[in-house]
Ligand binder design. Structure first.
Ligand code: ATP
Ligand code: MN
Length: 480
């Protein structure tokens, strides 16, 4: 029954006519008791299926409601209507699944993104989310292609982890112990995790980097692409509790190689989406333009979505040190007029997203790579610079999004690494496996983490990160 189905995308992409075809999909609209706009998710465009007047029973026509699933067979003919080359003149229409028009929550009218988030199980069937999730797919595919073409090994790092070196306080606990107070206790009253499933305290991972480094010390170049979890209470348009991260780790790369890799990588995947998902991106560009019309002039972006993507692909990212960035921010009129919520008064502070956005959107007007941050605001594994104050870190900041990549050259010197871990009270015994890479055949290496949803946001122009992952998890919400 299903073998003869033609995808709507395929049908619409050719102007071949006068042949029989079967399409299946969901009814978007049914006009004049005659014209069905049918969509099967292969493209944002609908095929027009014509149910000629008098040819079909009223009983069938009544069931052609928005949301219903149908199979239609007929002749592909040249379309007289605007906007499509061909349409299907139906000879048979079979209802595969009814959809009660009174009860179906999605109506052909425009719904707000907030409302659609509440019916995320159905929002795939809208133009906007159809486009977003096809682009998301293309980006994921491009990521694997980029690394595969360059000989990287795709490494699956664990999702359950016992190391909390990176995300202390921000992690979700994984346990099978009872939570009603009857969990086994130690003499001092603390929970006895020896009795827990893994015999120790475990969490959901915040990053696959540490394990990635272990494999890079054998394969030279690896990448991870998997889910990560943060129990931070960040109710922002850029934070999720569950998100996907891509983390390449490369032996024999220094900070500059790392920046080059990250910049090439971002440009490649954006370029790939522009080539392979043009129609969806054009739709999303249009959507963004409409959305921006309701904003005050000052908040509108200067470039349309497609121009912005093109600009990123064609121009070098601005590279500067944290120290240079602080100078720019300190001397900026914005700072002098006290327009920042957090004023920049000196070296050493962590940049807030308002500062990042100022640099990217106001000052340089392009993606920025900031390097060599103060060691006190960065993780223990970043390579210490000779100045004794900074580490070989790099963050990539993107317009509208802020931090999209965080990375560094790693500290490969055992003595420096253990010294830093001691300073930061990170238990070296538990991390002995990690330190082994520095004990046996250590080498300079570098890597970074790119938040996949932030990238999807950037490419699709969606303002809220909750709208670029199918079923978002965030504080007080784990629906579906
Ligand atoms: P931010 O300061 O924006 O919270 P971070 O410094 O916590 O980011 P990293 O720990 O460096 O981020 O994580 C690597 C990348 O993962 C970030 O550059 C970002 O793209 C992404 N990321 C981090 N936290 C989240 C989150 N809660 N939801 C979605 N993506 C995230
Ligand atoms: Mn964070």
């Amino acid at each position: 029954m299903f073998n003869k189905r033609i995808k709507i995308k395929e049908l619409l992409s050719s102007d071949k006519v006068n042949y029989e075809a079967t399409v299946m999909g969901w009814v978007r609209t049914f006009r004049n008791n005659q014209f069905i706009a049918l969509n099967d998710g292969s493209t944002n465009s609908n095929i027009q299926v014509v149910a000629e007047l008098g040819k079909f029973d009223d009983a069938v026509l009544k069931r052609l409601t928005t949301g219903a699933c149908i199979k239609a067979t007929g002749e592909v003919i040249a379309s007289l209507g605007k906007g499509q080359k061909v349409e299907l003149k139906a000879t048979s229409i079979e209802i595969l699944g009814d959809s009660d028009a009174e009860k179906f929550p999605l109506q052909p009218k425009k719904h707000s993104l907030e409302f659609l988030r509440e019916i995320a199980h159905l929002r795939f069937r809208t133009n906007t989310f159809g486009a977003v999730f096809r682009v998301r797919h293309t980006l994921a595919f491009a990521i694997h292609k980029f690394f595969n073409d360059r000989g990287f090994v795709y490494l699956h790092t664990p999702i359950i982890t016992a190391s909390d070196a990176e995300g202390a306080g921000e992690m979700f606990r994984v346990t099978t112990l009872p939570i009603d107070g009857t969990a086994p206790k130690n003499d001092d009253g603390s929970i006895n995790f020896k009795e827990d499933f893994f015999g120790k305290s475990t969490n959901l991972t915040v990053s696959g980097q540490l394990e990635g480094e272990l494999a890079a010390m054998a394969f030279s170049e690896i990448y991870t692409f998997g889910p990560t979890f943060r129990a931070e209470n960040s109710n922002t348009t850029r934070h999720l509790a569950e998100f996907w991260m891509i983390e390449p780790e490369v032996a024999f790369n220094d900070l500059e190689d790392n920046m080059n890799l990250a910049e090439d990588f971002i440009k490649y995947i954006i370029g790939y989406a522009m080539e392979n998902n043009r129609e969806d991106l054009e739709f999303l560009a249009q959507r963004l333009e409409e959305e921006e019309k309701s904003k005050p002039q000052a908040e509108r972006s200067e470039m349309g979505l497609i121009d912005k993507l093109k600009f990123v692909v064609e121009n070098n990212f601005e590279r500067l040190t944290y120290t240079e960035a602080i100078e720019i921010l300190k001397e900026s009129n914005h700072n002098k007029k006290k327009k920042f919520q957090y004023l920049i008064d000196g070296w050493g502070i962590d940049l807030q997203s308002e500062h990042e956005r100022y640099l990217v959107e106001k000052h340089f007007k392009k993606p920025v790579i900031l390097t060599n941050y103060p060691k006190d605001i960065k993780a223990f594994y970043m390579r210490q610079n000779d100045d004794g104050k900074t580490v070989a870190a790099m963050d990539i900041l993107a317009p509208g999004i802020g931090e999209i990549v965080g990375g560094s050259q790693r500290e490969e010197r055992l003595d420096k690494l253990t010294q830093r871990m001691n300073e930061m009270h990170i238990p070296t015994e538990e991390m002995s496996f990690y330190l082994d890479t520095r004990r046996f055949g250590s080498c300079p290496h570098a890597g970074f983490g790119l938040g996949f949803e932030r990238l999807v946001q950037f490419v699709t122009g969606m303002g809220n990160i909750r709208d670029v992952i199918p079923f978002p998890r965030y504080p007080k919400s784990a629906e579906f």
